[in-house]
Design a protein around this ligand. Structure first.
Ligand code: ATP
Ligand code: ATP
Ligand code: MG
Ligand code: MG
Lengths: 227, 227
């Protein structure tokens, strides 16, 4: 489903060049439940943005569902992102002045879901992440962990078959974190493809395969939870 | 040093009122090394903002250094925050277009540190958190864990005697997280007063006392690391 061949990403900022990813080749089959780990600054978010078609690589190839994404035009890319991929951002990326419910409905608007169906679906998704009581709260009036869960609910708005979650439990206490991971476990059991960035061993214990990055390269790949 | 008596905080958003803190009384002596834990939404960040004089309680009393903070005017409060308290925000709160070094220098400007001394001090603080190579990078060009560490370096800019850190390791891998906690350990050994919000038992294992919140109230207080 997801195949990359030596993808690289270099950020140019002013006179400085930062090699965030240096030749990453990996293959993730449909329905796999993968953890992505590695030190701070090793390139996890960069890789996730490339896999989620939110950014383009500086070099290398990326095939999604057998199609080379560089051959897709902007409209096809946007449609793919909106219908097939759910992305949970490390910094949540919510619209601060919109309510939690409105944030979750936003992807549904672009997917053409009927207006009368959206509020109920948004409420159900927020209840699934434990925020049924916060539907009408503005996202800038929520706690860190609450915003993080709204970002997850929004990522699931269009029932994507590929879920990319960048540190979905970083701001959550142990019990809430377990509730979120059992939600991911259910989504994995339903046959969805899931990639979770984490540095928490309790989170990576749920996945079936771990890819470890270091300095922009794949350092190791293991099946199941890491030692 | 820090004493609160039944402080409460109610957020009014539109027609809804959210009781974030409901009567919290606690005492923290100079040089104590305290962990603040509790579920997502239990009021940890709210309490930290009140203790850091970044917000005012809806009710109750708060004495800092023996002075009732409600008697201080805005100028005295700003001076206290800038000179005595270092605050690490859960959402980093960096100026995105400024470099890491410029962000760390900002509190020094308000404290009247000479311009020629600021760059070296900022560099030293960034090196202390492992970011010596990122001094001139804009903070919106950094990874999540890198931004978090710039926020910590900035909080230490004026060598505050009280350090309030809201989830300082949420975005860090285990090894970087340990480096940051050994920095906090050193600051504690030097006699600074430290309060760290965390939900990570490996972080709370470093502190000498844990205060647990639930639904806006103190649920328990223990000495040393929690079970
Ligand atoms: N600006 C605000 N306006 C309205 N309600 C708020 C605001 N900030 C926080 N709240 C609410 O107050 C409660 C406590 O929030 P707080 O941020 O203190 O929790 P927290 O313990 O830090 O949570 P987390 O671990 O998720 O960061 C939450 O339920 C939240 O919805
Ligand atoms: N927009 C950007 N411009 C320039 N450099 C960037 C940008 N985003 C990230 N970087 C750099 O690229 C490297 C990889 O960043 P990335 O965000 O992928 O790391 P990460 O593994 O997600 O880290 P963390 O665990 O701290 O979130 C970092 O060293 C960072 O400084
Ligand atoms: Mg990241
Ligand atoms: Mg918080």
């Amino acid at each position: 489903l997801i195949r990359t061949e030596r993808i690289t990403k270099v950020y140019r900022t002013g006179a400085v060049e930062v090699g965030a990813l240096c030749g990453v080749s990996l293959e993730i089959r449909e329905g796999e439940y993968v953890g992505l780990m590695g030190p701070s600054g090793s390139g996890k978010s960069t890789l996730m943005h490339l896999l989620g078609c939110l950014d383009t690589p500086t070099g290398g190839r990326y095939w999604l569902g057998g199609r080379d994404v560089t051959t897709l035009d902007d409209i096809e890319l946007a449609r793919l992102r909106n219908r097939e991929i759910g992305f949970v951002f490390q910094n949540f990326n919510l619209l601060p002045r919109l309510s939690a419910g409105a944030n979750v409905q936003l992807p549904m608007v672009y997917a053409g879901i009927k207006p009368r169906d959206r509020p109920r679906r948004a409420r159900e998704l927020l209840e699934m992440v434990g925020l049924g009581g916060r539907v009408h709260h503005r996202s800038n009036e929520l706690s860190g962990g609450e915003m993080q869960r709204v970002a997850l609910a929004r990522a699931l708005a269009n029932e994507p078959s590929i879920i990319l979650a960048d540190e979905p439990t970083g701001n959550l206490d142990t019990r809430t974190s377990e509730e979120i991971m059992s939600l991911f476990d259910r989504l994995a059991d339903q046959g969805n493809t899931i990639i979770v960035v984490t540095h928490d061993p309790e989170v990576s214990a749920h996945v079936r395969r771990v890819i470890r990055l270091r300095d922009g390269q794949v350092e190791s790949q293991t099946a199941g939870s890491p030692a």
